[in-house]
Design a protein around this ligand. Structure first.
Ligand code: ADP
Ligand code: ZN
Length: 210
């Protein structure tokens, strides 16, 4: 099964991808993770992508398409995969079709912008061990201190309110049109994101069976 996960940044696509990946035994391909790894390793790709990411903008289509082309050609993709964060523009979706990649199902995780803005602006991460917290939903025992290692928690650069707003704007402008694109092809299933992540998981699994 070839699945695309659609949804705004912070909608929780990554969590749903993990569950589907386990359930169906297919890999998750997250262009966001691939690009973030490249930033960390300081590779050529990372150098090209940095300025776009930090501004909350999309990385140019040709760069991301090259990443996907290479990744989908690997043997672990032969029985299916989950695309998390790709396609993110109509040209990316068209290119996927041109590559002869046939998508079976597109699941949109639908969460309101205000909920997303609140989630992302409240997120704090530990710069040393990577554990993530939330100022309302997942507080550390001691304010701004990592439970795990004691380091001081920080806000990710791209979680700052201005950058979050920009990422949401870009989503509505460039990615949301994909909903119609896939609805026209009878592939779109909308899952309304729930307060409790386990409820969202149930809806996602139901959408895969329908
Ligand atoms: P988010 O945290 O916004 O859900 P991701 O983790 O999927 O985003 O990706 C992080 C960043 O990587 C995006 O803001 C964007 O700059 C870049 N990126 C990821 N996937 C794509 C794509 N398909 N096209 C263009 N840029 C992408
Ligand atoms: Zn820590």
């Amino acid at each position: 099964m070839r699945i695309v996960l659609l949804g705004a940044p912070g909608a929780g696509k990554g969590t749903q991808a993990e569950v589907i990946s386990r359930e169906k035994n297919i890999p998750t391909i997250s262009t966001g993770n691939i690009i973030r790894d490249a930033l960390k390793s300081g590779s050529e790709l990372g150098k090209k992508a940095r300025k776009y990411i930090e501004a909350g903008h999309l990385v140019p289509d040709d760069i991301v398409i090259d990443i996907i082309r290479e990744r989908l050609s690997r043997p672990d993709c032969k029985d299916g995969f989950i695309l998390d964060g790709f396609p993110r523009t109509i040209p990316q979706a068209e290119e996927l079709e041109r590559m002869g990649v046939h998508i079976d199902r597109v699941i949109e995780i639908d969460v309101d912008d205000e909920v997303i803005a609140r989630r992302m602006s409240g997120r704090r991460v530990c710069p040393s061990c990577g554990t993530s917290y939330h100022i309302e939903h997942k507080q550390p025992k001691k304010r701004d201190v990592c439970d795990n290692c004691g380091d001081t928690l920080v806000q990710r650069e791209d979680d700052r309110p201005e950058t979050v707003r920009e990422r949401l704007r870009v989503y509505h402008e460039q990615t949301a049109p994909l909903k119609n694109y896939y609805a026209d092809r009878n592939k779109l299933y909308v899952v309304k994101g729930q307060e409790d992540v386990n409820d969202t998981i149930r809806l996602t699994l139901a959408a895969l069976k329908s």
